[in-house]
Design a protein around this ligand. Structure first.
Ligand SMILES: [Zn+2]
Length: 386
């Protein structure tokens, strides 16, 4: 084997060991050798390298199975820090985490306008604030992950955002130049799906659908624990699935799109009278008072979501669906309507095994998804053959 091949194998082994330490820490070298099948001297030398790189450290001593008690290894979650930011229609919601994704700081800023320039300057302000708060550490900021409600292509260029009308906006290159760290750009529903998979309600599922229900509806798809982005990055645009072929025209050009009926925007529109907008708080209050109009609107919201989700479930056959929407998260009644609608429209063999769950991370789901993608990218980089 030539030297290049040896380096490659070492890096592959390091990656494998780091993965096992991340999942099973505290763990001994002997146990690592047992799990990975690598011999003890390989484990020992690669662990030394990971310790030199400040990614792994030793703690006390573990259980002995006879003989000397083994020293246990931990992942050094304070070796670096990651930033995840969710760009909404009129706000940016950011978090700073350690390398295990634990929250260090959270900050939300309102956008002056939804133009690319104003959004970029607000993002820079937020990132600079986070950087100023990062404790001294071997790697410092390891990357920035940003998700947006729109189409992101396979090169992470923002192709189009339906609500703020951005077109071909290369935020990645521009932020990389400013901050000199890796920058990841992702679709918001994909990021949310990943957040729930790593930290939230979907931790224990390998196949799942995440539905982000806001101004529109976006779907994040996880297949075999991996994000499915489609060939060009545009998978999951199911808000534009036709549920009424004679329905009203949508901004996408299609007619009777699902999001015209089942988005949060559609719910709020159905509740406004004389062009007077309603707020979350008003919906809460009116629902508590059993206001008929509000209860009917909530039922319709669940009904239309159930109709479209039935199509999604027939397509993907997931183990779970995570629904990200504040109204659903605070009104179990809506979730019950969705469940009834879905089960009345599907063969029971399909629907009985599918869990329909509200998001457990709420508004932080997309930002947490981004931070975990950044961390994964960093760990892949440090263990990548040169
Ligand atoms: Zn549409």
């Amino acid at each position: 084997m030539d030297i290049a091949d040896q380096t490659f194998v070492k890096k592959i082994n390091q990656k494998l060991l780091l993965k096992e330490i991340l999942t099973n820490a505290p763990i001994s070298r002997a146990k690592l050798s047992e799990i990975t099948g690598l011999n003890k001297s390989t484990v020992s030398s690669q662990v030394s390298t990971l310790m030199k790189e400040n990614l792994v450290y030793e703690i006390g001593q573990g259980e002995s199975s006879g003989g000397r008690r083994p020293v246990l290894l931990m992942f050094n979650k304070h070796a670096g820090y990651s930033i995840g930011i969710d760009v909404g229609v009129d706000y940016v919601n950011g978090i700073l985490t350690d390398l295990e994704g634990s929250l260090i700081l959270h900050q939300q800023l309102m956008l002056k306008s939804s133009s690319p320039e104003d959004t970029k300057s607000t993002l820079i302000e937020l990132i600079q604030h986070f950087i100023s708060q990062i404790p001294s550490s071997p790697y410092g900021l390891v990357g920035i992950g940003i998700c947006i409600p729109g189409l992101v292509d396979e090169n992470e260029r923002i192709v189009f955002t339906p609500h703020s009308k951005w077109k071909n906006f290369d935020l990645k290159t521009s932020l990389k130049k400013t901050f000199h760290v890796p920058v990841l750009i992702e679709n918001e529903a994909n990021a949310g799906a990943y957040g729930e998979k790593i930290f939230g309600a979907a931790k224990h599922y390998d196949h799942l659908i995440y539905a982000s229900i806001g101004t529109g509806i976006g779907i994040g798809i996880i297949i075999k624990r991996h994000l499915y982005r489609g060939a060009y990055g545009f998978s999951g645009e199911m808000g534009h699935m036709t549920i009424d072929f004679n329905g009203p025209t949508c901004s996408c050009g299609n007619r009777g799109c699902w999001e015209l009926y089942a988005s949060e925007k559609a719910l709020f529109q159905s509740l406004q009278s004389n062009n007077q907008k309603v707020s979350y708080q008003e919906i809460e209050q009116l629902a508590k008072l059993n206001d008929m109009k509000t209860l009917n609107a909530l039922r319709n919201f669940g009904f239309y979501l159930g109709v479209g989700l039935t199509n999604v479930l027939h397509t993907f056959n997931p183990q779970a669906v995570i629904l990200r929407n504040k109204v659903i998260e605070s009104h179990p009644m809506v979730l019950n309507v969705i469940k009834n609608e879905v089960s009345s429209r599907m063969y029971s063999q399909f629907s009985t095994h599918i869990e329909l769950l509200p998001s457990s991370l709420g508004q932080h789901a997309p930002a947490l998804g981004m931070t975990s993608l950044v961390i994964e990218n960093f760990l892949n980089d440090v263990t990548k053959p040169q």
